[in-house]
Ligand binder design. Structure first.
Ligand SMILES: NC(=O)c1ccc[n+]([C@@H]2O[C@H](COP(=O)([O-])OP(=O)(O)OC[C@H]3O[C@@H](n4cnc5c(N)ncnc54)[C@H](OP(=O)(O)O)[C@@H]3O)[C@@H](O)[C@H]2O)c1
Length: 245
């Protein structure tokens, strides 16, 4: 019987928002493919659980309290990962919030701002802090977890849709800046996934005609992107949706 070589052996990854949902599934999948994984989010208990599962399966993991809206916290995340595992190869910019789910008129200004700060400014902070570490390695991958709503939009989700539209542009600009350094930057669009963020909405059947998937259904595409040969694709959007984004 032929056994397959782990696709991420020797690699070091950071997954933000790895305490639950999509981030947790990606962190576990990366570890199963041989990567050492830093699991980062604000809830220490949740990231510790993800890291403990990785270690229990024989992998290497680090659990770090990180708030992606705080640049010092994000810099700590990158530094501690490099110190623990000797470098950094892959960053999954996954931490996110679902937004206020209100029309612009009914929206709360602070909630609107927070959505942009977590989903867009947080992504910028993660990329900015990680780039020097990826350059030290001579190559790398940044994978941003985008959303079809960043292209399509829908009434009542202006904060979320704008944050993801901005994230897509950040992906494209970063890809151009980092191509000469062998660092690729791509977007993964999961489509609707049953998580704490969407549980309620999916129950209300907001995503008619879509594939409501589990976080584990997203992990193979995240592994595929992380395992691409160098230089590999960059500035691209990879989607698991059934309709046009
Ligand atoms: N579920 C979907 O249908 C869907 C579809 C398209 C795209 N996405 C995107 O996929 C990503 C993950 O979503 P999910 O559905 O897995 O949501 P989730 O289950 O709610 O998980 C979100 C993760 O992000 C972390 N997080 C939130 N704010 C943070 C902050 N300020 N700093 C650090 N970590 C933070 C959370 O941990 P703490 O709260 O402990 O910090 C949690 O670990 C998001 O970017 C989301 O927009 C989801």
């Amino acid at each position: 019987m032929q056994t397959q070589e782990p696709q991420l052996r020797g690699k070091v990854a950071i997954v933000t928002g790895a305490g639950r949902g999509i981030g947790r599934a990606i962190a576990l999948a990366y570890a199963r493919q041989g990567a050492a994984v830093c699991c980062a989010a604000r809830s220490l208990g949740q990231v510790q659980e993800t890291a403990a599962q990785i270690v229990a399966e024989g992998g290497r993991a680090l659990a770090l309290i990180t708030d992606v809206t705080d640049f010092a916290s994000v810099e700590r995340m990158v530094n501690e990962t490099e110190q623990a595992f000797g470098g950094l190869d892959i960053v999954v910019v996954n931490a996110g919030v679902g937004g206020g789910q209100q029309t612009v008129e009914a929206s709360d200004p602070q909630t609107w701002r927070t959505t942009i700060e977590v989903n867009l400014v947080g992504a910028y902070y993660c990329a900015k802090a990680a780039v020097p570490a990826l350059k030290r390695r001579g190559a790398g991958k940044i994978i941003a977890i985008g959303s079809g709503q960043g292209q399509r939009g829908r009434a009542g989700i202006s904060d979320y849709a704008c944050s993801k539209a901005g994230l897509w542009m950040l992906t494209r600009v970063l890809a151009q800046e980092l191509a000469p350094h062998n660092i690729s930057v791509n977007q993964l669009i999961p489509g609707p996934v049953l998580t704490e963020m969407t549980g309620d909405l999916l129950a209300r059947n907001t995503y008619e005609g879509e594939w409501a998937k589990s976080p584990e259904d997203v992990a193979p595409l995240a592994v595929f992107l992380a395992a691409q040969p160098e230089p590999g694709p960059t500035a691209q959007s990879f989607s698991l949706m059934r309709r046009d984004a």
